[in-house]
Design a binder for this molecule. Structure first.
Ligand code: NOJ
Ligand code: CA
Length: 750
């Protein structure tokens, strides 16, 4: 039985097929282009770093929406541990001695590479995966490190120990291999999300001692840092203190000073090179260590990336969930910077529920909280486990629970990420599966495992029914061992039922949903016990039973609507002149007098099709805008939010000296006349701050502000009792640089 509901009329079935074809049409076009250029060989020549002109768009924008990963399933791969497609690069000259041929040294290279990943793309595509997150691919340290008295060499096989962000690590291949991988992925309908680690270079405690190169030329030396590329403040002493996180070394990793113009140019130049080589999305490593209280340098990086065309940006901000001391800070970062956050909050709930056996209610409550907290909840990726924590099977060998978790992650709100090998039940129990034992070599590529089949069917549903990508989530029946919920995007609906109990059958009557009457088949084809859902003539479902460990998914895909329905506006942080892409339904094949509005201002339309519109952001003042689509017939869509910065952004460090004595609970803020400076507001959620004061009475903050602009601002102290001490005298003024970074130091005006 196909996974489409039997209720689909022939017209609807055709529509689902046309959606599918729409996804693939460009792939065929790309194949033609590839065949034409195939004879040329070699890679594109790397370019020197340069700031893109405002409003510039990458020469070859991908034929799909790289800013919207919501319809995708992401597969996370540690390149070194996936597949060895080219044994000739396993112990490369100039970078040799770091390879463990028999895979006994888990902290060395094992041979996986870009050629291997490219060869296995059909296996990945067969799972319905439409995006791959690759571990950092840049050149890592060539010298071994030794830790804890062990004689075994440690290498940067994981990619987080960069020595040259402008080169591909020779163990993984060449730029030509990278290009072949990206082109091949795109041909197979798969977006590429690179992992980028701009927080640091590499360990200071051995190896190359933090040294950094640009295309093979030494540019920075941690131990002889005359040009000030690094912070030299020791290692993070308190992970719950943002100053410590940002200005000290994460472990022993040489902490880059992004506020310095040469560092800013180096990192932004490196990212430009990867964008020119076709990456679609970027996962930012260790974001908590660069974000500051309001987004800081990372907000300027996001703005810089979006100026080169729309791209999905997601940040890793490690968190223990809602009770994490920096939970509010990470929310402010996500909502301000327009970058999604890997959803550690839901990950904690998933672990509590499927390993700790807490009630399933925790999933529902956590989602409600996420919906209240995040401006863009559907963009936050969900995951069961990753390369930094034990795999689920290390903690519980229960395949039934793994399948239940997978079904949840693939159908709940947020973009699903599957850690490589989960579909093959891959794990190694040495040291409880902690890093590096959570990174075994991929051992099998069996396309018939139940997990592979489950992912494939739910990924297909995600591509064809927009309720999963864009819909709301509503708990229908939530018990200790039972979770039934509905995803809904206008007329499109998906109902998911998971009975976690090993022993008890659940009886369900009076489920509060309405569907067109008829018989709905389980999208999973009964593989996990799911049966049919019968819906009465009045739209109410008949009562039914769920067997122990049963998973059932039912769906209804609506006809193309007559009124536009907006599912995605991205990127979420943009500025006037940049491209903005709107995805949804019912836009009509042609613009035919239709408009897109930000607030009440119409945007210039560049492309218009039934499900996707591209516009240029009009010259509006900075702000959070409601965006909608209206069609000539006079009907308008729902509204979604986009944050418009007041222009291209640069990082500026504002420092204030001789601030009057404060008590430990007092905080210093800055407010000023630009949108990015809080527009004069003294609300602590809107003004810039709190500033860092490691060296009182001097305080500072690194802010993302509009380039080439004269700013007027002042500082104030917010006391613990809510009262304020404000600077006297005229406002300070500062003209921001047009490119690079800026610094302004002032004295408190008494
Ligand atoms: C987080 C990454 O996921 C982890 O694997 C890495 O070691 C650290 N950041 C430092 O880059
Ligand atoms: Ca290899």
């Amino acid at each position: 039985m196909s996974s489409d509901a039997v209720l689909l009329s022939p017209r609807l079935r055709t529509r689902a097929a046309s959606r599918f074809l729409r996804r693939w049409r460009w792939a065929l076009a790309a194949l033609v282009v590839l065949l034409v250029v195939a004879g040329l060989g070699g890679s594109a020549q790397p370019q020197p770093p340069s700031a893109p002109p405002s409003g510039a768009v990458a020469a070859n924008p991908p034929p799909f929406n790289a800013a919207d990963f919501k319809p995708d399933v992401i597969y996370q791969v540690v390149i070194d541990r996936f597949f060895d497609g080219d044994p000739s690069n396993n112990d490369p000259p100039g970078d040799s001695g770091l390879y463990s041929a028999n895979h006994t040294n888990w902290r060395a290279y094992w041979g996986g590479d870009l050629a291997g990943l490219t060869q296995q793309l059909p296996y990945i595509a067969g799972m319905g995966v439409t995006a791959i997150w690759i571990s950092p691919v840049v050149d890592n340290v060539h010298q071994p490190l030794y830790y804890n008295g062990s004689p075994l060499p440690n290498a940067g096989y994981h990619g987080y120990w960069a020595r040259d962000d402008y080169r591909i690590d020779p163990h993984f291949g060449t730029w030509a291999d990278f290009d072949r991988f990206v082109q091949s992925a795109h041909q197979q309908g798969i977006k590429v999300m690179m992992d980028f680690a701009p927080n640091h270079s590499n360990p200071t405690s051995g190896g190359e001692a933090g040294k950094l190169y640009q295309d093979g030329k030494l540019v920075a030396d941690y131990t002889n840092d005359t040009a000030g590329w690094f912070h030299h403040n020791g290692s993070v002493f308190n992970y719950d203190d943002l100053y410590s996180d940002e200005y000290q070394n994460l472990y022993d990793l040489a902490d880059l000073a992004q506020e310095q113009p040469q560092v800013d140019a180096y990192l932004k130049g490196a990212i430009t090179r990867f964008l020119e080589h076709g990456v679609d999305g970027i996962r930012i490593d260790a974001a908590k260590h660069m974000a500051g209280p309001t987004g800081g340098w990372l907000r300027t990086l996001n703005d810089y990336v979006q100026t080169q065309g729309p791209h999905y940006m997601v940040a890793e901000w490690f968190s223990t969930g809602i009770t994490d001391p920096l939970h509010r800070a990470q929310l402010r970062f996500a909502n301000n910077s327009g970058m999604a956050l890997l959803n550690f909050t839901m990950n904690t709930a998933i672990q509590n529920v499927f390993i700790g056996r807490d009630g399933m209610q925790e999933l529902d409550i956590t989602q409600q909280q996420i919906n209240e907290d995040f401006l863009w909840p559907n963009d936050q990726p969900l995951f069961i486990d990753n390369h930094d924590m034990p795999r689920f099977l290390n903690l519980s060998q229960r395949h039934d629970l793994l399948h239940e978790e997978l079904a949840f992650v693939l159908t709940a709100q947020g973009i699903p990420i599957i850690y490589y090998g989960t579909e093959q039940y891959l794990y190694n129990n040495t040291d409880g599966g902690k890093d590096p034992f959570n990174r075994p070599m991929m051992a099998s590529f069996n396309t018939h495992t139940p997990a592979y089949q489950l992912i494939s069917r739910l990924a297909h549903l995600r591509h064809t029914n927009p309720a999963l990508a864009y819909g709301s989530l509503r708990g229908l029946e939530v018990r200790h061992d039972l979770y039934i919920y509905e995803r809904q995007f206008f007329g499109n609906k998906v109902v998911v039922a998971i009975n976690r109990s090993d022993t008890d059958t659940a009886s369900i009557a009076g489920l509060p949903i309405r569907l067109p009457s008829g018989r709905y088949r389980d999208v999973l084809g009964g593989m996990f016990g799911g049966g049919d859902l019968l819906v009465n003539a009045d739209g109410s479902p008949r009562s039914f039973r769920l067997q122990p460990s049963e998973i059932a998914v039912w769906q209804f895909t609506a006809a193309e609507p007559a009124t536009p329905e907006l599912g995605s506006v991205g990127p979420e942080l943009t500025h006037p002149g940049n491209q903005l892409i709107l995805d949804g339904e019912g836009f009509g094949a042609l613009q035919a007098g239709g408009t897109v509005e930000l607030g009440s201002v119409a945007a210039q339309v560049e492309r218009w099709s039934a499900h996707s519109i591209t516009v240029r952001v009009p010259a509006v003042p900075g702000g959070l805008y409601k965006v909608r689509v209206c069609i000539a017939a006079g009907s308008c869509s729902n509204e979604l939010l986009a944050r418009v910065a007041s222009g291209p952004q640069v990082p500026v460090t504002f420092t204030i000296e001789t601030v009057p004595e404060t008590s430990p609970a007092d905080h210093v803020y800055l407010t000023g006349d630009a949108y990015e400076l809080g527009g004069g507001s003294v609300d602590k959620q809107v003004a810039l701050g709190p500033l860092f004061g490691p060296d009182k009475p001097t305080w500072f903050i690194l802010a993302s502000v509009p380039a080439c602009r004269t700013l007027r601002f002042h500082f104030f102290i917010l006391h613990a009792d809510g009262s304020r001490t404000t600077e006297r005298g005229p406002e300070h003024t500062f003209t921001t640089p047009c490119t690079g970074t800026g610094f302004d130091t002032v004295i408190w005006q008494k």
